[in-house]
Design a protein around this ligand. Structure first.
Ligand SMILES: Cc1cc2nc3c(=O)[nH]c(=O)nc-3n(C[C@H](O)[C@H](O)[C@H](O)COP(=O)(O)OP(=O)(O)OC[C@H]3O[C@@H](n4cnc5c(N)ncnc54)[C@H](O)[C@@H]3O)c2cc1C
Length: 404
């Protein structure tokens, strides 16, 4: 009986971590990693940070060139997964213009997301790939003014990088505040203040923003800028999962093992809507660390049942030299408090849902993230004052709580 390969579609953080975990668990048969990109897989977070500092950045590879061969992982670049026939365990893909079919033993879909675009063809740039980043950086050479559409993490990191290069930058956000998906209101305010201090002009709540083929206009008045960059969210690449008959809901729905509704098909990373036991709900998480951890978890789960995935989402962004980190589920919070020892330079915020600690954010204070993660994972609830007024470091406080 031949052993068919484990096939992974998508060679981002999630796909590569899955392959790495398979090997780390002692899996010895063939692993095939399909990538529709043509370069060595690279990290995405630097694309809106370091890579915008200078023209010609080559990005930071996820793994060195020789790692794949050393691990015995067949990385097939320029291979686009098209269709899955689950009854026969067949995957059809396009490589160098030819349509090919292969049989898989298990299939992991780690196809990530793509930048959401405006429906009409617009003069906007988007940022998802190394190519996008290089293009924006080249455009910045000639541009004096930059209009950013969308006040989320990508838009704001591009805004910060553009200001750093001395450009006039304006940010247009439809919602009433910045980074609303990632942070509760008080943090949005900190970020707004930071950008305004550095000379970014913010336009919030711009519901009358219109983008058509010729121009971007606000209330009928065209916006003048040499360069438009849109960061308006991401769309999960679940089309291939649809062909298989996987359950989809803004992402591929998976259980705590990363398994879809189909027996031999799994999904990992940005594209997966995972079951998270901390909130007893499905959620899709678009962060770098999650893609790695979830990818590795799914790689292990393909070989043997694992405890359900329960890692808390953790995310960071760097803007104008200020580091923001958040852990947990800030979107579910109803109240935010800052801890007593917060200052204008360093701050820690905790986010509560009723009396339960659901998330935490630090500003230049990343050391508080780990102990607060512990508390969130343990579903800490109680009198918030005991955290806010802590005279001891949070780490010591967590040790106290764990004795209870
Ligand atoms: C500019 C930018 C900045 C970011 N900054 C941060 C940050 O500061 N902090 C943070 O936590 N996160 C950040 N992120 C998010 C983080 O990078 C992603 O969450 C993470 O890279 C997702 O990894 P993934 O492997 O799930 O998906 P991806 O990285 O999207 O990888 C999926 C791969 O699959 C390929 N693919 C798709 N469909 C097919 C197909 N049919 N056949 C073959 N291949 C296919 C895609 O082309 C891609 O190469 C940032 C993202 C971007 C774009």
């Amino acid at each position: 009986m031949p052993t068919f390969p484990i096939v992974i579609v998508g060679a981002g953080e999630a796909g590569i971590s899955a392959a790495e975990a398979l090997r780390a668990c002692g899996y010895q048969d063939r692993i095939l990693l399909l990538s529709d990109e043509t370069c060595l897989p690279y990290q995405r977070p630097p694309l809106s940070k370091e890579c915008l500092q200078q023209v010609g950045s080559v990005g930071i590879p996820i793994k060195a060139d020789d790692w794949f061969a050393a691990q015995g992982i067949d990385l097939l670049n320029g291979a686009i997964g098209l269709e899955v026939f689950p009854e026969d365990h067949l995957l059809q893909f396009l490589c160098e213009g030819s349509l090919q079919t292969l049989r898989y033993q298990k299939l992991i879909l780690a196809t990530g997301t793509r930048a959401r675009r405006f429906e009409a063809e617009t003069p906007c740039r988007y940022l998802r790939t190394l190519q996008d980043s290089s293009q924006i950086r080249r455009d910045l050479e000639d541009a004096e003014s930059v209009a950013i559409i969308g006040g989320g993490v990508i838009g704001l990191e591009v805004a910060a990088a553009s200001r750093g290069l001395g450009k006039a930058v304006e940010v247009y956000e439809v919602g009433p505040r910045l980074m609303a998906r990632a942070f509760p209101e008080p943090i949005s305010q900190v970020i707004s203040d930071l950008h305004e201090t550095h000379g970014v002009r913010l336009h919030l709540g711009v519901e009358n923003l219109v983008i058509n083929q010729r121009c971007v206009s606000l209330g009928g008045v065209p916006i003048e800028a040499d360069l438009f960059v849109a960061g308006i969210g991401a769309t999960p690449n679940f089309e291939i999962a649809e062909t298989a008959g996987c359950s989809i809901d803004d992402g591929i729905i998976v259980d705590g093992q990363g398994q879809t509704n189909l027996p031999a098909i799994y999904a990992a990373g940005d594209v997966a809507r995972i079951w998270h036991p901390t909130i007893d709900a499905h959620i899709r998480i678009e962060t770098w660390q999650h893609a790695q951890r979830h990818g590795a978890h799914v790689g292990r789960a393909v070989l043997a049942r694992q405890p359900d995935y329960a890692v808390l989402p953790w995310f960071w962004t760097d803007q104008f030299g200020v580091n923001f980190q958040t852990v947990g589920f800030p979107g579910l919070a109803d109240t935010t408090f800052s801890t007593r020892n917060s200052t204008t330079e360093r701050a820690t915020y905790i986010h509560m849902r009723d009396d339960r600690l659901i998330a935490a954010t630090t500003v230049n204070n990343g050391r508080d993230i780990r102990p607060l993660s512990e508390l969130i994972s343990r579903r800490w609830s109680g009198d918030v004052e005991s955290i806010l007024s802590a005279k001891v470091p949070l780490k010591a406080l967590v040790q106290e709580f764990s004795k209870i």
